[in-house]
Design a protein. Structure first.
Ligand code: NIG
Ligand code: FE
Length: 408
């Protein structure tokens, strides 16, 4: 074997090649005194070290620490120009997220700053952000466009994302989000913008192979469920798998729309209805929940327990973006998922590994520590799983392995 992780105090991992739902979400494998053998970037051995004579060219002593799969952040907006710290004062003065957007700020402020940035600038900034994510345990990150809102602007963001995928140690999975807002130049003709997304952007993204998924912001004052369904239908015709930001602020039937539109995942879901949650369970839509966004917007929290008991697989992600979630450390939403959603540490571990991987169609490759999977792992400065949901507020990652290489 090329690499051996030995003296693992506790190995914690979900198992399987698809999302885990219901009681299975909290049913993880725990192995004390474990070892992981790695060969050609893949896991060749995982299990108890007791009585085993394991040999490798390179041996890492984990010092009795906790080891989990590499963390999968299945929802980020990590390619953008500028920041939005100036919104803080407006928020504190009582303006809502949608009020700021309606006045031409919020997402539209980042659109201006992203349009002004070159592809190289977006790439270089993205590399720094990915390095920081990696240091907090993220080995795979989804990455949405949505701050260009023009054909060239969206393609520029996705081309930067493609370069990030080629150069970063973090595996980057791009998503097209042209329907993130109506840009100012189409303010009085939303139909024309929707046609631009469907007739020009989606075919161009497909032609360059720039994204695997198409997302949309289905929300009051943004895109209606009917418009969302239409755009996602066009995306599907062009081979892009649908995803949707739904029911974040107002309950407008977004979860129901996501189920009807064949979405692989639905995001936010703070206001999702019972019928919407049932529809998601029936259509195997994964819930990508974003508790750090609830925290940042000072809103209520999605009903994660109801989702799990209804049979919806739950993933937890950062939603890292310059507005509603400027935090890229996935350990923070992990902690909030425990504290606010009342998920168990085991359920949250599945949410940020195997279920996150399933939300970006990668659960056969990553998301668990099992023979044959890509060797992505985190060595934690923690003796057990409970500890990382208790010592919140500081980075508890000791070391990160991606594709069998020690990269942090
Ligand atoms: O998921 N809600 C829509 N989109 C992002 C926020 C984008 C922004 O504010 O820049 C989200 O929260
Ligand atoms: Fe988002």
């Amino acid at each position: 074997m090329e690499l051996l992780l030995q003296n693992i105090g506790l190995l914690a991992t979900p198992t399987g090649n698809s999302a885990r739902k219901g009681a299975a979400q909290g049913n993880i494998t725990l192995i004390e005194n474990a070892a992981i053998g790695i060969e050609a970037g893949r896991i060749a051995y995982v299990g108890s070290a007791a009585g085993k004579e394991l040999k490798a060219e390179r041996v890492v002593d984990c010092g009795g620490r906790l080891v989990t799969p590499g963390l999968v952040d299945a929802h980020t907006h990590l390619v953008f120009g500028g920041w939005r710290q100036k919104e803080m004062a407006r928020k504190l003065a009582g303006e809502s997220y949608l009020d700021i957007l309606k006045s031409g700020g919020g997402i539209l402020d980042t659109v201006r700053q992203t349009r002004a940035a070159s592809e190289d600038e977006l790439f270089e900034k993205g590399m720094l952000l990915l390095d920081a994510m990696l240091a907090h345990g993220t080995t795979t990150a989804e990455c949405k466009s949505g701050y260009g809102l023009s054909v060239e602007g969206e393609l520029k963001q996705l081309r930067a994302a493609r370069r990030l995928a080629q150069h970063s140690a973090v595996q980057v999975v791009p998503t097209f989000l042209g329907a993130h807002a109506i840009p100012p130049e189409y303010k009085s003709d939303r139909k024309a913008y929707i046609n631009l997304v469907c007739d020009e952007m989606i075919p161009a993204v497909q032609a360059e192979g720039l994204a695997q998924f198409c997302d949309i912001f289905c929300e009051s004052a943004v895109f209606t469920p009917e418009e969302s369904r239409y755009i996602l239908g066009k995306a599907l015709e062009h081979g892009l798998v649908p995803k949707a930001h739904v029911d974040e602020i107002d309950p407008i039937g977004g979860a129901e729309m996501a189920a009807a539109a064949h979405c692989i995942s639905a995001e936010h879901l703070i206001q999702a209805s019972d019928a919407g949650i049932r529809a998601m369970a029936e259509h195997n839509v994964i819930a990508c929940l974003l508790p750090a966004t609830s925290f940042c917007l000072d809103k209520s929290y999605a009903r994660a327990r109801a989702m799990i008991s209804t049979g919806v697989a739950v993933a937890v992600c950062t939603d890292f973006n310059p507005g509603s979630s400027p935090n890229l450390n996935i350990q923070f939403p992990m902690y909030l998922a425990c504290l606010k959603y009342k998920l168990t540490p085991a359920e949250v571990l599945t949410a940020v590994t195997l279920n996150g991987a399933a939300a970006i169609n990668l659960s056969a490759e990553i998301g668990s520590l099992e023979v044959g999977k890509q060797a992505d792992a985190v060595i934690w400065d923690a003796p057990d799983l409970d500890y990382i949901f208790y010592r919140y507020g500081s980075n508890l990652v000791r070391s990160v392995i991606k594709n069998g290489k020690i990269i942090f």
